[in-house]
Write a protein that binds this ligand. Sequence first.
Ligand code: PEP
Ligand code: MG
Length: 581
Amino acid sequence: MLKGIGVSPGIAIGKAYLFRPERANLPKYTIKKEDIPTERERFNEALHKSEQQLMDIKQQLSERRLADHVHIFDAHMLILHDRSLWKDIFDLMHERLVNLEWALDIVREIYTTIFSQIQDEVFRDKRSDIHDVIDRLIDNLVGSDRRAVGHIPPDSIIFAHDLAPSVTVCLDLENLKAFVTEIGGKTAHVAILARALEIPAVAGLENILTEVKDGEPVIIDGSTGEVIIQPSKAILKDYTRRHKRERRREQQLMKSKDLPAETTDGYRIELAANIELLREVPSVFEHGAEAIGLYRTEFLYMNQPALPSEDEHFTIYRELAQAMYPRKAVIRTLDAGGDKFLSDVQLVNGMKDFMGLRAIRLCFKMIDLFKAQLRGILRANTQENLKIMFPMISGLDEIRKAKDIYYSVRDELSHEGYAIHDMEIGIMIEIPSTAFIADALAAEVDFFSIGTNDLIQYALAIDRVNKEVAYLYEPLHPAIIRIIHNVVQTAHQHGIWVGVCGEMAGEPFYTPVLVGMGVDELSMNAHSIPRIKEIIRNISFSEAQHLTDTILKTSDIPAIKSLITHFLLETNPKFAELIPS
Ligand code: PEP
Ligand code: MG
């Protein structure tokens, strides 16, 4: 058994299919200066063909159930048109007098080296997009299609060094059971696609291509990252049973997706979805979300040639408001910075630091950018179902300043003749300081949303993307439990509602504690909603409160875990599957 990173959950049992695209024998030769215009013409032709192909893929995606992923190829289109990439290629031809294919090959290697040194997983993973685009240009020059996987036999589990998004989307889904790649992580596009297609995937298994042979029986578990080659009969039987059980559970969960998230003694919680892209709205409905609890708008700014204009903001938010109506949607203002790094504002110093110029701090510095977004949101709220939320607030002055800007923008719009409706204003509670002054902040806003991803990172001093300290990332740390509890209590004392929108909200093991604390809303990845709903519908609020009270008096993490484990098992023995190993 080998262990990589589980990037898309689920068990798959099948046969290994090794995908090793052969690099065609690239024509490499030197040229003369006067040949460069001819090479430039060849480049333009290859560029044109590549554009056509990307447009075809986008069309195919829209026709299949992959419309959400068109943006990947929008990004490829941007890379294809990136002037600095063109400059690198032509500079190389001028300097070394090499032909176009050779220049492209060198540029590809240079980018590989640069990207491999990037610490940040999200940006390192972008390397495969650049490869994909350069390979496409090369293919169009030499007239081969090295990237085609072709027909894959039934029950294939694809093993590859890396899988380009354009390869992934062209795979024969009927025969494909799972992916395993040597590189990549949770944020790689292949992982995102695998999750969207609900295909199990494991990444980051170095040298796996030398361990497994074509056609060998394999089992993969995309939740744990386990890959078992040549499983014994007993293991095979065990996984087959687990696999069947998982599928049955999922089908069963979806049956109650539209029932209310209400405990056995009548305590009602709102289950909302987190989205990054407008295209996710249908999935929000499919999984029974009652609202959007967090729209991470920073994704509007990524892979774009320019910052979004007020009208672009307006159009997108109006579409969201209309699609959701009468349900509500919380729009969070730009939270760029940290791992969500935007190319357009990358020159602003410190933006890559989690504790640097991020989110509201960046918005205060780039006031026009902030105002354009606020104007777009206010204008789009014609049906009064939008709420606004400010990220990374650390103290009273910041929320007051953000609100002052909001009010000035609102008044400006009214003077311009727009019919403007006031909106609920909330803040993310994700910097520990806010938890201690929650009373003062509650007087300023209509709601809190606890961002456990950052709250845990800052409270426990753990960089959330650093693998070395990931083991310290502990939502059940007594300090975290007490912080969340304090925030919920204070919010309620001041008559405002409070939600949790970090990853903790979508993890079934934590549900009894969050319910017991009395949170009003849990906002998560839409896929997690049916499972969380099932737990809520099986537990009693008063018992969950009792559990939380006991946990609040416990300082030992294993003891806290065992209290939750007992609670879940006593509630329903089938919840044994929710207990982390
Ligand atoms: C959080 O910090 O918990 C959160 C929901 O926001 P993000 O993950 O976008 O920082
Ligand atoms: Mg956050």
